[in-house]
Design a protein around this ligand. Structure first.
Ligand code: GLN
Length: 479
């Protein structure tokens, strides 16, 4: 059961070598064996998973696309009857009374949820160290972070504690942990996958996507979770391409872009830079592609723009966690104001408090024009730079992170350092375009890789490039 993909797991089921209950039981024993040290799972769904597997075994056909496939789900995505904590004390005991659209679709396709996995509190962070509930470790080296905020998802996939996982990406939270743990992570176009039932960080940035063992699995999952929903007005009525059938399309003669400002970025580890350039050049040569250097002149403003906008949106989204509408309330308070204060003081961690404070500041009447409005304008300009770039190239190849998985504790006390680690991922979220992270190798005993960005709704094309890159890289995950 090591390294099972959707396809190999399905083969085991269809050929009668395994039953769904066998798979579920084997994954739970693996979780029991290794997760106490790794800390990917926040809660397990043992009874529910075995019940569903048993029903599927009785039917015995395994004909739905994900029938019998054990998965993990980031703990911000609602599943009826299961906890949905957002990695926060304030929601520690919250049980969701309804399903997210993403889970509705996965469940209909036959997926079995093993449990909910760790995240930075309200998905704010890049290392999962901001989770108030548990610390998660990188399965390649337990002294290192798994990345974040979907660190639980990446860890559970890379350490073979599930077949695939679903995470969220507001500024890099699928791609960066996938990169740190050596799995594939796809951040879809904004509006491709419905957000209903997913706890919001920044509503105009949040996206939901798969973390998988390989590119084909990402394509299969995207076919299931994509598409318009009446429950999310930002989803778009566009046909869903047949991603998995187009993976092997020829790419010969296409143009790929690399971003000059990314290559020259201060703080970009030279060893990773060389590895990135080597991979791009080799890939272009193998597949007869043209490489074009493009300039994204606004890169230096990307982090500031991103953080002003997401913290502003977060400050309004988090107003509902007041102990009345949602959240664990404080027991002792003299009046209403004290009640709110104490509830939030105890229930929320420091990164979340920082978000509420900076966001409220940026939105306040005296500063709105100088911060929020200006950042919104820069966001539009960044989107235009991408539109222009895609007139010249078919896809953009970029590093995912300026460094590999760092040591636990190394950056947690320096929020600005932590924010800077998102330099290569946030621009895609500002522009709303899709991007897929793929592992390409191992350096210093930790995985490394790159991301491929495409135009809005060009998931089919980036998956196609990613599949070819995967053939070249021949990356081997952990056993
Ligand atoms: N590290 C980024 C942040 O804290 C991205 C997080 C995410 O994508 N959810 O905003």
């Amino acid at each position: 059961m090591q390294n099972l993909t959707i396809k190999t797991a399905k083969e085991l089921l269809k050929s009668g070598q395994k039953k769904a209950t066998d798979l579920v039981n084997e994954y739970f024993s693996k979780i029991e064996q290794i997760d106490p040290e790794l800390g990917a799972y926040l809660s397990l769904n043992k009874e529910g998973a075995l019940k569903k597997a048993d029903e599927q075994d009785k039917k015995g056909t395994y004909d739905l696309p994900l029938e019998g496939i054990p998965v993990s789900i980031k703990d911000v995505i609602a599943i009826k009857g299961l906890k949905n904590t957002a990695g926060s004390k304030i929601l520690e005991n919250y049980i969701s009374p309804y399903d997210s659209v993403v889970w509705e679709r996965l469940e209909k396709a036959g997926a079995i949820v093993l449990g909910k996995v760790n995240t930075d509190e309200f998905t704010m962070g890049s290392s999962t160290e901001n989770s108030a509930l548990k610390s998660t470790r990188n399965p390649w080296n337990k002294n290192h972070v798994p990345g974040g905020s979907s660190g639980g998802s990446a860890c559970s996939v890379a350490s073979n504690q599930c077949v695939f996982s679903i995470g969220t990406d507001t500024g890099g939270s699928i791609r960066q942990p996938a990169n740190f743990c050596g799995c594939v992570g796809l951040k879809p176009t904004y509006g491709r996958v419905p957000r209903y039932g997913v706890i919001s960080y920044a509503s105009s940035f949040d996206t939901i996507g798969p973390l998988t063992k390989n590119v084909e699995d990402a394509a299969i999952v995207m076919e299931i979770i994509s598409g318009i929903s009446e429950k999310d007005a930002t989803t778009v009525d566009k046909p869903i391409d047949n991603y998995s059938e187009n993976l092997q399309n020829p790419i010969k003669g296409k143009k790929i872009g690399i971003i000059k400002e990314f290559i020259e970025q201060e703080g970009f580890d030279p060893e990773l830079k060389k590895d990135f350039m080597d991979n791009v050049e080799k890939f272009a040569k193998t597949n007869d592609l043209e490489i074009k250097e493009i300039s994204m002149s606004l890169t230096e403003y990307a982090i500031a723009t991103y953080y002003i906008l997401v913290k502003s949106e977060a400050s309004t989204n988090l107003a509902r966690y007041d102990g009345v509408r949602y959240g664990k309330k404080t027991e002792e308070a003299y009046d209403l104001e004290e009640f709110y204060k104490k509830t939030r003081e105890k229930g929320l961690g420091s990164e979340v408090k920082r978000a509420i404070m900076t966001g409220t500041f940026a939105l306040s009447s005296g500063y709105f024009d100088a911060y929020y409005k200006k950042a919104s304008k820069v966001r539009t300009m960044i989107k235009k730079e991408f539109d222009q770039a895609f007139n010249e190239v078919d896809a953009i190849f970029a590093p995912v992170s300026p460094f590999q998985a760092f040591k636990i504790g190394e950056k947690i006390n320096d929020p600005l350092q932590m924010y800077l680690s998102d330099i290569f991922t946030v621009t895609t979220n500002l522009a709303g375009i899709p991007s897929i992270a793929i592992p390409t190798g191992v350096i210093n005993e930790l995985p490394t890789g790159l991301q491929i960005m495409g135009q809005h709704f060009a998931e089919k094309d980036i998956l196609n490039f990613a599949w070819h890159l995967e053939q070249m890289a021949n990356f081997k995950g952990l056993e």
